[in-house]
Write a protein that binds this ligand. Structure first.
Ligand SMILES: *[C@@H]1O[C@H](CO)[C@@H](O)[C@H](O)[C@H]1NC(C)=O
Ligand SMILES: *[C@@H]1O[C@H](CO)[C@@H](O)[C@H](O)[C@H]1NC(C)=O
Ligand SMILES: *[C@@H]1O[C@H](CO)[C@@H](O)[C@H](O)[C@H]1NC(C)=O
Length: 501
């Protein structure tokens, strides 16, 4: 343990100074030190194929000898490296070596769909841990444990179906509609109670709304967001997942906090159940019962994993939807006016209206999801050699290769959309997208998002409620995107909220 911690420190120092060291130290020392330490950490193993000519005929981004793009990856992170790869891969494919691991960028729609449709025996999120342990999904597993997110094996379709029934059907959403409306109203009203009201950080307000909503839905606890613990924990997890530098100390702290929050939350749920023996089951209990748990007491393994996962997933996506919607509506008053007209033309207390009779509202969220997919890229690790059928030239993907798939590129490249692909025009998605347009904000294939309907409905209800009750003015007009682990804004989006009288 101690040995590992020390090496992390050394490694961090090496990282910060890597460029400098490169200039005045013999390269072989750097290589030996850095590679040795990485191996110690289990970051690199030497089982993958040797690094030359791994993908004949495919453009290769040239890094340093032996290290490949490692210094760049450590210095700037994956998103930067990815954009370099996309820039050189004209046919939708390019690759780079990182020591002797191979990172492939696939950014042509057909190839992306092909890889996302592979069964887990061919490609999975984490890959084989003996061969590959640098997929970000691996860090996520260390932090929040095993979950539906990285689960593989025969049980997964059963678990997915349980989740889909609870969160991705019209019936389940209609049942959650009223409590969502109540929480949205409470949170919208609370905004004007905050001081000063012209500095509300819209993203954390919306994130907190989502946390409260999950708290109520899963655990009968609409106060789940209070104290900011859940929000700050999720921020830390998001940051660590995207960090190329594993930190043994901070990971252990996060795990302890996750366990602590979950223990208290489930404790509260059990108390609620004892006090309200005839109330209908809260969703986490229902999920637990459906996956083998009892009617009281401890949760099933699956429900427990979902609880862990929910500390990280499910609220920031709602917060980002809302944030970007306000950023774009601020720039396009014409769209805001159209939306306000639609809002006042229907009864928004009726589930069916909000769910399916507000085409302009739908188009706005689709356009937001096209331009700013929170999950801007995903990865797959190849487990079994396979020929990529949809590439122009013959390409064989080999075990251990890490495949990066950029949704952001697919969504915003004029190659697949109109020349104005970078501009917010909700009208282009009125009535849906064309089959040949690569629109995948919820992923694609057997691992697509299972909570999307619930999240979108919640985001729509929050936006509608807020606009009905408040005038919202975005303070600055220069917000841009920052590609990090997730897609973020360059700075917090402050809004001024005024109660409509
Ligand atoms: C769980 O929820 C489903 C609907 O989503 C319902 O049909 C089922 O009866 C619930 N189970 C329990 C034990 O309440
Ligand atoms: C909006 O929410 C959905 C569902 O959670 C998510 O998949 C999507 O990435 C989010 N989009 C934005 C722009 O935040
Ligand atoms: C969730 O619902 C949407 C809309 O009905 C559907 O397109 C999507 O495939 C569903 N997702 C899953 C995983 O079932």
């Amino acid at each position: 343990m101690n040995k590992v911690i020390t090496s992390v420190r050394i490694l961090t120092t090496t990282h910060n100074a890597l460029d400098g060291i490169m200039l005045d130290m013999s390269p072989s020392i750097v290589v030996t030190a850095a590679v040795g330490l990485l191996m110690l950490l289990g970051l690199l193993t030497f089982r993958s194929a040797s690094s030359d000519n791994n993908l004949p005929g495919v453009p290769q981004f040239k890094g340093l000898p032996i290290l490949g793009a490692m210094p760049m990856y450590f210095k700037h992170g994956m998103p930067q490296l990815l954009s370099k790869l996309i820039a050189i891969g004209d046919d939708g494919i390019s690759y780079v070596n990182i020591v002797n691991n191979i990172l492939v960028s696939l950014h042509g729609p057909a190839m992306v769909r092909e890889v996302l449709a592979y069964p887990e025996q061919v490609a999975s999120r984490e890959g084989d841990p003996g061969r590959m342990s640098w997929s970000p999904f691996y860090t996520l597993r260390r932090l929040i444990g095993h979950s539906l997110f990285n689960e593989v094996g025969p049980e997964i379709s059963n678990h997915r179906n349980v989740f889909i029934r609870e969160f991705n059907t019209t019936k389940s959403n209609s049942e959650k509609f009223d409590s969502t409306a109540k929480i949205a109203t409470a949170h919208a009203n609370a905004m004007t109670g905050e001081v000063p009201t012209d500095e509300v950080d819209i993203r954390s307000s919306a994130d907190n709304f989502a946390i409260a909503l999950w708290g109520e839905t899963l655990y009968a606890n609409p106060n789940y967001y209070l104290g900011g613990r859940v929000l700050s924990l999720s921020e830390v997890i998001i940051t660590l997942v995207g960090n190329p530098w594993p930190s043994v100390c901070s990971e252990a702290k996060v795990r302890a906090k996750v366990a602590d929050v979950i223990e208290k939350t489930i404790g509260n749920l059990v108390e609620y159940e004892q006090e309200n023996p005839s109330a209908s089951l809260k969703t986490i209990r229902n999920l637990s019962v459906m996956t083998g748990g009892g009617l009281t007491g401890l949760l099933s393994k699956f429900a427990f994993e979902l609880a862990n996962f929910n500390l990280f997933g499910g609220h920031h996506s709602i917060g980002s939807n809302i944030t970007w919607a306000f950023v774009e509506l601020d720039k396009h008053p014409r769209c805001l006016a159209k939306l306000m007209a639609e809002i006042s033309s229907v009864d928004t207390t009726d589930f069916t209206n909000v769910n399916s009779n507000m085409p302009y509202l739908d188009a706005i969220f689709m356009e937001i999801n096209r331009l700013y997919p929170t999950v801007h890229a995903t990865v797959r690790v190849i487990n079994r050699e396979i020929k990529l059928d949809s590439s122009k030239k013959p390409v064989i993907l080999k075990p251990g290769m890490l495949i990066y798939l950029s949704y952001l590129h697919l969504h915003t490249s004029p190659e697949f959309w109109d020349p104005d692909a970078g501009v917010f025009v909700p009208e282009r998605l009125l009535g849906g997208y064309q089959k040949d347009q690569p629109f995948m904000p919820f992923g694609y294939g057997p691992r697509s998002c299972v909570g999307y309907k619930f999240a979108i409905l919640a985001a729509k209800q929050y936006l509608v409620t807020l606009l009905q009750t408040h005038q919202v003015d975005v303070k600055d007009h220069d917000h841009e995107m920052r590609v990090d682990t997730l897609l973020e804004t360059t700075k917090p989006v402050a809004v001024k909220v005024t109660h409509r009288s």
